[in-house]
Design a protein around this ligand. Structure first.
Ligand code: NZQ
Ligand code: ZN
Length: 385
């Protein structure tokens, strides 16, 4: 196992009907900016409940944070927060709202031009104070509710920002708030969670048994409850398991002391930026292709994945790995997510544009071993059709 630091300060408030806790979690005298997306929380009554539980606090609302949140939208909230002397940020929504709120927090507290924050390393090093953030999660997927990162769309690219000050102070996870999600968003969230786990698990072995077995536990839980929670959105226990898996997949626990890949996410972000494909879908398209191309580098962990996650014990090693990749693809397809670029009307002549975008963003040496070049990315994209 590698050396690591693990410090996750987010207070999780999990379970049914927990919004009343807002009154205990946010200081009584705080002036709160409530941030949300395109309106689902208004339509389904969550905003009203949140406001009731904030009691007599002064609140201001900022809505309209879109999926894959855009810098141009977020910067408007920065102006409001500064003008109104806001002292608490409350994100109510999915990953886009939580990530957008994190960026807003950075920009409020950065003295230069806030587009600087997209330069590598800037968000971590150039911001040293922040406002407290709370979240009310309405979509289980990204893990943003218990991590310190966010992904922001700017200048035709998706940029990762992170800073240890961005861990939410608390996150309320009430599975019932997710019942109103369209099936496809639930499926996206299952795939996103699954890929967060495998990006930290299907690398090379370092004898990190707790991390491996926890990763395998999350994957098996997703396989067990995935279709079930799509078909029966109000089955509380199935949904509660998804919500907790999504949080635990990307809060640092399973990634501590192990190599991490993130190639699937990095190429996936380019597919979202160029073609507007949902984040989860980009991952489902790329993961089988990446494993086919990287079979040798990942051989030992792919065999472990085949055996322990899919119970594949028959056949030679190559056929075990191939079967595990096929089963993974079938799992995504069974959730209703198409796994080929051609399913999204992308043509092979777009490969050059995708590779150029990777080059522009400096993604020329990816993977757990930093040897995944643009030429290998090209091969992966060819396989993804
Ligand atoms: O905007 P509203 O009207 O609220 O509708 C949203 C949105 O259209 C809807 N929705 C959310 N909760 C709902 C609901 N509809 C009905 N009922 C509810 N309870 O769902 C749509 C998608 O929301 P979004 O927040 O965009 O989805 P998700 O949570 O999948 O977030 C995706 C974003 O997170 C980033 C992605 O890149 C993408 O920008 N990621 C963030 C990460 C992180 N911070 O650690 C890691 C991830 O890998 C990912 O990159
Ligand atoms: Zn993701």
């Amino acid at each position: 196992m590698k050396n690591f630091d693990f410090h996750n300060p987010t207070h999780i408030v999990f379970g049914q009907d927990r919004l009343g806790e807002l009154d205990n979690l946010i200081p009584k005298e705080a002036k709160v900016l409530i941030l949300y997306g395109g309106g689902s929380i208004k339509k389904f009554g969550t905003l009203e409940k949140v406001k009731q539980n904030l009691k007599n606090r002064k609140t201001i609302e900022f809505g309209g944070i879109e999926p894959n949140p855009k810098y141009e939208t977020l910067i408007k909230a920065v102006e409001i927060a500064k003008k109104e002397n806001i002292d608490f940020l409350l994100a109510v929504g999915g990953g886009s709202v939580m990530d957008g709120t994190k960026f807003i927090n950075l920009a409020i507290n950065y003295n230069g031009n806030s587009t600087d924050l997209f330069k590598p390393g800037y968000s971590q090093t150039k911001v040293s104070k922040s406002l407290p953030i709370g979240t009310v999660v309405t979509l289980p997927a990204t893990g943003s509710e218990m991590n310190s990162g966010g992904v922001i769309t700017y200048n035709h690219g998706k940029h990762v920002v992170s800073n240890k000050l961005l861990y939410p102070k608390f996150s309320i996870l009430d599975p019932k708030l997710t019942y109103t999600l369209p099936a496809i968003q639930v499926a996206n969230g299952i795939v996103d969670t699954f890929i967060h786990v495998v990006e930290q698990y299907v690398t090379y072995p370092v004898d990190a048994r707790f991390q491996d077995r926890t990763a395998e536990g999350i994957l098996q839980t997703l396989i067990e409850i995935g279709r079930q929670t799509i078909d029966n959105p109000e089955d509380y226990d199935a949904r509660a398991n998804l919500v907790w898996c999504a949080t635990m997949a990307l809060n640092g626990l399973i990634g501590a002391g192990v190599p991490q890949d993130w190639t699937t996410h990095m190429i996936g972000h380019e597919l979202t930026a160029l073609f507007g494909i949902d984040h989860g879908k980009t991952l489902a398209i790329l993961q089988p292709a990446i494993w086919q191309v990287r079979k040798e580098q990942k051989r030992e962990k792919l065999l472990q994945y085949a055996k322990r996650v899919w119970n594949i014990t028959e056949g030679d090693d190559d056929s075990k790995i191939d079967l595990a990749i096929n089963k993974t693809r079938d799992f995504f397809e069974d959730l209703g997510i198409k796994t080929h670029l051609s399913d999204y009307n992308i043509k092979t002549n777009e490969i050059d544009n995708i590779v150029n975008a990777l080059k522009k963003h400096g993604l020329t040496a990816m993977s757990e071993t930093r040897d995944l070049t643009l030429e290998i990315s090209r091969k992966i994209l060819q396989k993804a059709f």
